[in-house]
Design a protein around this ligand. Structure first.
Ligand SMILES: C[S@@+](CC[C@H](N)C(=O)[O-])C[C@H]1O[C@@H](n2cnc3c(N)ncnc32)[C@H](O)[C@@H]1O
Length: 226
């Protein structure tokens, strides 16, 4: 499948020249057929391809899963605000674009700790009142949840979707479940009507309707699954 990234990404701030190290955001971009990557990122992608020849398909499966989850939650889950953790380099089907086809007032906060991701996202979303970009480590939930930007833009007393798509396998600690528990606890009273999505499974409780949606799809190897 052709990447829809190039036209939108080209309007963003340029990436810095020839980085010394690969970044997972750019390696993922290369796997999606994007243009925001460097030789060092493509070298890493080729190493991954040796052990996972289907890596490009896996990346696209992951991306399509994100799209299905956001559509489902906006359309059928009654959720209109999203905390997108580890959002990656901007592509044409981003969370806010997908959600807004159903609800033009959907609100999104994108979080990433890759400087290029943050710079490009800020450039693309500078005039978007319903989106925010936060530079933070998603594996430090207390800091993320204490962010003034996040707290002022999203209402944690209302249903909210926490997206951890293509991210949790980057966590190398052995307390991943506790980490996620902190996020889930922060959903507070709205927890039963909220959703937590990761790319190995998606569970969404939609309150009285009690509808559960489960998807099991392995993407890249996970260190922990919960
Ligand atoms: C494989 S990409 C997934 C992008 C997007 N969520 C998707 O599924 O299409 C992983 C993203 O998570 C980000 N990431 C990895 N570890 C992170 C951390 N500790 N804090 C914030 N972002 C992180 C990377 O920079 C990258 O953009």
């Amino acid at each position: 499948m052709d990447s829809p990234k190039a036209s939108e990404a080209s309007s963003a701030a340029p990436l810095s020249d020839q980085p010394a190290q690969a970044s997972i955001a750019r390696v993922y971009d290369a796997a999606l057929g994007g243009t925001d990557n460097f030789p060092i990122d493509r070298q890493v992608l080729e190493q991954v391809r040796k052990v996972a020849p289907e890596v490009n398909d896996l990346a696209w499966s992951n991306r399509r899963f994100l799209g299905r989850a956001v559509r489902f939650l906006t359309d059928q889950g009654g959720i209109h605000q999203f905390l997108d953790c580890g959002s990656g380099l901007p592509t044409a089907e981003n969370t806010h674009q997908i959600a807004r086809r159903i609800d033009p007032a959907a609100r999104v906060v994108y979080i990433d700790n890759d400087p290029a991701v943050v710079a490009q996202s800020e450039a693309l979303l500078a005039d978007d009142e319903l989106c925010r970009v936060v530079d933070a480590d998603i594996f430090q939930p207390a800091r993320v949840l204490g962010s003034k930007t996040i707290r002022s833009h999203l209402d944690f007393s209302r249903p909210l979707a926490l997206l951890q798509v293509g991210t949790l396998h980057h966590y190398v600690g052995d307390d991943g479940a506790e980490l996620m528990r902190q996020y889930i606890d922060a959903l507070g009273a709205a927890r039963d009507a909220s959703a937590v999505v990761d790319s190995s499974c998606c569970w969404a409780s939609t309150g009285r309707r009690g509808r559960a949606h489960t998807q099991r799809r392995r993407t890249l190897p996970s260190r922990r699954r919960f």
